[in-house]
Write a protein of this length. Sequence first.
Length: 434
Amino acid sequence: MRVHLPLEERMRKALLTCIALVMLTACSSSEDEWYYYQSGTVVTSLDDINTGLPKVDITTPGKTEVVSKEVWTEGAKVTIYLADGSIDYQGTLSIKGRGNFTMQLPKRPFALKLDKKSPVLGMPKHKRWCLLANWLDRTMMRNAVAFEIAAQMPALDYTPRGRFVEVFFNGRHLGNYYLCEQIKIDENRVDITEAGANVTTGPAVTGGYLFELDDYFDEPHRFMSEQAGMPWQIKEPDELSQVQVDYAKHYVAELENALYDNDRFRRRDFAEYLDLNSFVDWWLVHELTMNTEVRHPRSCYMYKDIDPPGGIAKLKAGPVWDFDLWTFNADLTNQFTSFNSLYYLQLFQDQGFRQLVKERWARMKEAGLLQHTCDFIDLTEQQLALSDQLNAKMWPITRPMNADTFLSFHDAAQKLKTAFIRKYTWLDNAINQL
């Protein structure tokens, strides 16, 4: 018979163990840090943790570790518990690491593939999900806040949904993660007609496609655009014929020609290729969050549906992604952060585009975006307060990159909110002067 210690005693022992772990890893390499965190040194069975968040319990066959982002570990068992202890989902899945830079950090993110499409924690059914670690984010909420801002933008058809959870892996508590939807073509996500695999003829050659502009440039199907030198990658579909790749190259070449040829730009031919409302809303999200990653560019998603009869399907901006690093920065509240990223420097040369920015900004102000976002930050801080008490001790940030590493959780969250308010105020004035 298992004897349960009082909650206070269990928490005291868990925290003492975490403190000992921090001291141990202070003199270790990053690989050693990963070993100690994963070796069972951090206590805690699933029953010993109650932060008010759902719990994701994953066990791999033979309790093997997951250290690759290329190879799936198949046949893992997963149970997702709601905060009240009831089961939300139970089944099997495949798991691997994910991310480029973040995969190199001590607290690693994961990609999940359920064996069948299923709803998870109130989110629509799908197989593919992500567990974001948010290790460098003292607030743990930068991605969630950015997604909430994007979800208010009417021209962004889809923004990933997510829930904060406690993750348990092979019987060990890994701390706080953000379980969210992976960006995929699907009726519940990027809702376009996916181009078939290896299509060579017919309208299906024209779409739909999910693109990512990213200077990691590591997808199998990729090309640099001719005029702007942008790193275009085709994320989906996975299997493409050379005809499909050539079509995508030609489409982007025509788009850029419409933007950069003086005569065509004056005629606003680019509006035939770009869904301008979505490009405005996408830009507003990145300005409000002060996301400098788009300058590379990185994690910049766009998509195009199949061409309608006799016409061209417009390219849409989004979904937004990746806000855990160098966002909501107090030093960037009085300047544009994405004005000259991607194709925006050219778009802002167009008076019609500038006017559209003003109109959509006025619409978002009237809809109460400022107050809604501030309320969301405060509510999320309350939701994560108990989880932070464990997570911050399990995963001390050793690379101060968000200018809030050494703050308390409360102060870091409030600093994020203050930076957002200041940028919102500055942007309001700047847009009115465009």
